[in-house]
Design a protein around this ligand. Structure first.
Ligand SMILES: C[S@@+](CC[C@H](N)C(=O)[O-])C[C@H]1O[C@@H](n2cnc3c(N)ncnc32)[C@H](O)[C@@H]1O
Length: 290
């Protein structure tokens, strides 16, 4: 790949998905995009870049999808789901006892293991949540992972990663060599395509947001902008859950870390304006809208 083709792709990916590639990731781009180029009948990356530059009918969405990392598994890192079960839901059971509704957003949901882990966690509360209106929204940039998630069908390998056997037996049915989640768990999760670089204020407000293992791919300004907008869609007593390698500390004051629970954050009621925050989003929004 020529340096100029690499620079073109880096810029395109940063603008479209937020993916922040360092200058030495040519091998990664090649390993993901050469198979895509061949699939659409092109000899290689140079011709793919030409097609992207040509504009109309360009396979931009395919390139962006091919570059996403969709790694996920049930109850990933376990601790966030312990927090959900032991801290977050018990607090919300009290705080929302009047209106008996819960809205939870899995903001980069990949193939569904995260939102369905949340759904099973809530289902395990049994009578305590009976009669509550529970909405779990699963969004992702990639339409392909959302389609897989909607089907709720997982391989033996996938159900062996993180899913306790009691939950497999209780909530899945075996279909040949595959496992399908029961309809009542699938019905708890709504799916929608959404790019986190774009405005998401229309989604309404949430009690809990899982935004895990996606911000690591973004640059600092993009993270600042997303934290800022996440704080606006969270209820004042809502909780944000980040991935094990992600934190707001030193990046944004839109959230305050939970004093005892690692990876858990509350919207910060007292904020100081950060210069980067306001500047970051309009630029990213403009790029995506192009
Ligand atoms: C590594 S997976 C994380 C899945 C899950 N949250 C977890 O922690 O297991 C990252 C997901 O983020 C999605 N993604 C990447 N860029 C995105 C963007 N700009 N907006 C929304 N989703 C994005 C990818 O398609 C991918 O499915």
């Amino acid at each position: 790949m020529t340096p100029s083709d690499y620079e073109f792709l880096r810029k395109l990916l940063r603008e479209r998905s937020g993916l922040d590639l360092s200058s030495d990731k040519q091998y990664l781009v090649e390993s993901r995009l050469i198979p895509l180029a061949r699939r659409i009948g092109l000899p290689g990356i140079a011709e793919l870049v030409q097609k992207l530059k040509a504009g109309s009918g360009a396979p931009t969405a395919e390139v962006v999808e091919a570059m996403t990392t969709n790694e996920t598994f049930f109850f990933r890192d376990r601790i966030p789901f312990d927090h959900l079960r032991e801290t977050v839901i018990p607090a919300l059971l009290q705080a929302r006892a009047g209106r008996r509704t819960l809205r939870i957003w899995s903001a980069a949901s990949s193939t569904g293991q995260e939102p369905y882990s949340i759904a099973m966690c809530l289902k395990e509360f049994g009578p305590a949540l009976a009669g509550w209106r529970i909405e779990i929204l699963a969004t992702d940039l990639s339409q392909a992972v959302l389609e897989k998630s909607k089907a709720g069908i997982f391989s033996q390998f996938e159900v062996q990663r993180g899913l306790p056997i009691q939950l497999l037996v209780k909530y899945f049915a075996q279909v040949g060599e595959l496992w399908q989640l029961n309809a009542d768990i699938r019905a708890m999760v709504q799916h929608r395509q959404l790019n986190l670089l774009q405005d998401f204020s229309h989604l309404g407000t949430f009690d809990v947001v899982f935004c895990r293992n996606v911000l690591i791919y973004f640059d600092q300004d993009t993270k600042i902008g997303i934290f800022d907008r996440l704080a606006k869609v969270l209820e004042p007593d809502g909780m944000l859950m980040l991935g094990a390698a992600e934190s707001v500390v030193g990046i944004s004051d839109a959230f305050k870390p939970h004093p005892e629970r690692r990876g858990l954050y509350r919207p910060n009621p007292v904020r100081t304006a950060r210069p980067g925050a306001a500047a970051a989003m309009p630029q990213a929004l403009k790029a995506v809208a192009r």
